[in-house]
Design a protein around this ligand. Sequence first.
Ligand SMILES: Cc1cc2nc3c(=O)[nH]c(=O)nc-3n(C[C@H](O)[C@H](O)[C@H](O)COP(=O)(O)O)c2cc1C
Length: 158
Amino acid sequence: MNFNTDIFEQFDKKWALLTAGTENSFNTMTISWGGMGTLWNKPVVSVYVRTSRYTHDFMDKNEYFTVSFYPEQYKQILGILGSKSGRDMDKMKESGLTPVSVSGSMSFKEAEITIVCRKLMKQRLEVKAIPEDIAKALYEGEAPHDMFIGEVVEIIRK
Ligand SMILES: Cc1cc2nc3c(=O)[nH]c(=O)nc-3n(C[C@H](O)[C@H](O)[C@H](O)COP(=O)(O)O)c2cc1C
C-alpha cells in the first residue's frame, strides 16, 4: 500500500477557504484543519470551526458549505481572510476574490478546486475528551471547535 501522497498536506500546508451562505449573505475564512474520507457510505469532508468565528454563524444557518483550494499566489489573501473577521470589515472587498454561486452555496472564481458539501452533522469537540497537552495549548481561554461533517455533492475543478 502506498501512502506517498500529499493529501494530508492539502489543508495543513496549502490551506483552504471555508465558505457558507448564499449570494446576498455569506462569509468565508481560512482553514488549515480538515479531513476528507468516508462516512455512512458517503464521501465526506470534515472541518473544525471555533464557535467564535463569524463563519460559524453561517455554517449553522446554511445547509451547504464549500471548501476551496487556491494556487500558491493567493496565499497572502488567505492570510488576510484568516486573520480578520467578516464581523469587522468587508472581507470580500479587501481580498479582491470574485464570489461565484455554486449549488446551494458560494465559492470564488480564483479557486482551483471547490468541494461543495451538504451539511450532515455538527459536533462539539469536548475539551474534557481531548488530551491534556492539546487542551492546554489550544483551548485555555479560547472558544471550542465544532466539527462539521459534510457530504461531498460536487467537486468543481477550474
Ligand atoms: C492558516 C490559517 C488556518 C486557520 N484554520 C482555522 C481552522 O481550521 N478553524 C478555525 O476555526 N479557524 C481557523 N483559522 C482562523 C480563522 O480563519 C480566523 O479567525 C478568521 O479571521 C475568522 O473569520 P470570520 O470571523 O470572518 O469567520 C485559521 C487561520 C489561518 C491564518
